[in-house]
Design a protein around this ligand. Structure first.
Ligand SMILES: Cc1cc2nc3c(=O)[nH]c(=O)nc-3n(C[C@H](O)[C@H](O)[C@H](O)COP(=O)(O)O)c2cc1C
Length: 167
């Protein structure tokens, strides 16, 4: 099997976030996809070991922001390579609250989707969370950051808990 075939699957990069019992959590994902239009629904795959997965399950809601091309590696590092277990990822880039009560940082993102969790599918290492989008907003006119741009221009790496990791 040629695993490099997976490199042809294009996607954007996003921060998914939630808050429950006073615990804020968020992480970078490349797995946000619109799955239906009526009602508008998106799915996301989040590793079971990511703190964010447990907080989304408890909150029953999550918010996805689309990272834009103004993002740099320190920003990706903050949300994609650190854990929310003992660190507030939203301190550094500002913290606002979405329509479903999730914290999100308004910097370096061009759109927001606030979702109520409607279904959780156990797909092995990850949970597939499916959410009803109850609020969508354009936050800037910057171009969204694609996974291809992340590799080619930012020379970014993929950590082990990402769905797209190849060891
Ligand atoms: C480019 C990139 C893509 C990623 N994609 C995913 C993904 O689709 N799903 C996922 O669960 N983690 C993904 N990750 C990993 C999480 O962002 C990372 O494990 C994070 O530190 C988890 O934080 P938490 O423990 O606070 O939830 C990705 C990270 C990067 C940098």
């Amino acid at each position: 099997m040629d695993l490099t075939a997976f490199f042809t699957m294009t996607s954007g990069l996003y921060v998914i976030s939630a808050e429950a019992d006073g615990q804020k959590a968020g992480c970078v994902i490349n797995t946000a996809v619109q799955v239906t239009a009526t009602p508008p629904r998106i799915s996301v795959a989040v590793n079971k070991e990511n703190v964010t997965a447990g907080v989304i399950a408890k909150a029953g809601a999550f918010t996805v922001t689309a990272i834009d091309q103004t993002a740099d590696m320190p920003y990706i590092g903050n949300f994609g390579f650190r854990t929310s277990a003992d660190y507030d990822k939203f301190e550094k880039y500002g913290c606002e609250t979405s329509a479903v009560g999730s914290p999100y940082s308004p910097q370096h993102v061009c759109a927001l989707f606030a979702c109520n969790l409607v279904e959780t599918v156990d797909v092995g290492t990850h949970f597939l969370f499916i959410g009803d989008v109850v609020d969508a907003e354009r936050l800037s006119s910057e171009e969204p950051l694609t996974y291809g741009y992340y590799h080619a221009v930012l020379k970014g790496k993929t950590p082990p808990k990402a769905s797209s990791y190849q060891g």
